[in-house]
Design a protein around this ligand. Structure first.
Ligand code: MG
Length: 155
């Protein structure tokens, strides 16, 4: 058994789509990023890479590489999943948490889990998505950013 953890923060600004786990969530702001800014998928990628001792997302998909401009993060997750499987590892389960003041995300959890499970070729029951707030404190609490954390267990 191998465990890995991942963490990511992206700034929230007007004029961007808010995409988390590939779900385009209706909101007046979205996440800045070289790719689609999908901080949840990025945290999960880093958890998987960490568990497999395969480096980190910045090594795999440099944010100054034009090839990844506007990239769909679920495609990046799919590539990482294949690398993990290539090492003879398979995903036992993944747990994640989105730290976000607004909008309310629970209506989108199931779609997020379905998207992630599909990209990873696992069952929806093997991936958990949760959310919490920073109780109004700090940059996340002021709605300036969304942070995500993930843990992955591989066998
Ligand atoms: Mg990121």
């Amino acid at each position: 058994m191998r465990v890995g953890n991942g963490f990511d923060v992206h700034q929230l600004v007007a004029g961007r789509y808010l995409i988390l786990a590939g779900v385009n969530i209706p909101f007046e702001m979205g996440l800045v990023g070289h790719s689609d800014g999908d901080a949840l998928t990025h945290a999960i990628i880093d958890a998987l890479l960490g568990a497999a001792c395969l480096g980190d997302i910045g090594m795999w998909f440099p944010n100054d590489d034009p090839q990844y401009r506007g990239a769909h993060s679920l495609d990046l997750l799919r590539a990482v999943s294949q690398a993990v499987q290539g090492k003879g590892l398979r995903i036992s389960n993944i747990d994640s948490v989105i730290i976000c003041e607004r909008p309310k995300l629970s209506p989108y959890f199931l779609q997020m889990r379905d998207n992630l499970a599909s990209a990873l070729s696992i069952e929806t029951d093997q991936i958990s998505v949760k959310a919490t707030t920073f109780e109004g404190l700090g940059f996340v609490g002021r709605g300036e950013a969304i942070a995500c954390q993930a843990v992955a267990l591989l066998q």
